[in-house]
Write a protein that binds this ligand. Sequence first.
Ligand code: 5GP
Length: 194
Amino acid sequence: MKLLQDKVLNEGIVLSDQVLKVDSFLNHQMDPVLMKEVGREFARLFEGEGITKVLTIESSGIAPAIMAALEFEVPMIFARKQKSLTLREDIYVEKVYSFTKQQSNDVTVSKKFLFPNDKVLIIDDFLAHGEAALGLAKIVEQAGAQVAGIGIVIEKSFQSGAQRIKDAGYRVESLVRVASLSEGKVSFVTEAVH
Ligand code: 5GP
């Protein structure tokens, strides 16, 4: 997605060769016009999949997820991150490790909002090692529902997430694919021209 690539190039801050900061439009301040286009692009990519719910994880996934949900006119659910929980009957729980924060969280969704007949589109802001996306997919499966696909705003293709998601049998669509953050520079994956 050209618009998003330009935004990453102009405003993205390379914190290290592993981490990109985009707090001017996605991770702190949010750009609603850009998020509207992001929602439209996810709707175009997953059109015809019969999506009934969009699922993300708080907090930076919420903006792209709500915009995608608006396009499909379906509810959006954001999983909550909590420290450590005692066992509860009314929620689905998965442990998700964050490489950026170097800590594990219990990620939870109320059983009230996911059902076996749901076809769920999972959305997240970044894809690194796939922990968050695969944790959300496990929650969908705990509910007996179907993962229709995984939509990512910014994929860091030099990390293992996209491959892990594909190996798990899910479709992943990333709007921007970063090939490298080395030497303080963002470079994108260049698609083969057919
Ligand atoms: P994963 O679970 O795929 O390893 O990492 C994805 C999650 O970690 C995302 O939800 C995102 O919040 C955070 N994350 C991973 N890498 C980056 C990064 O380079 N920049 C930012 N801002 N967040 C990241």
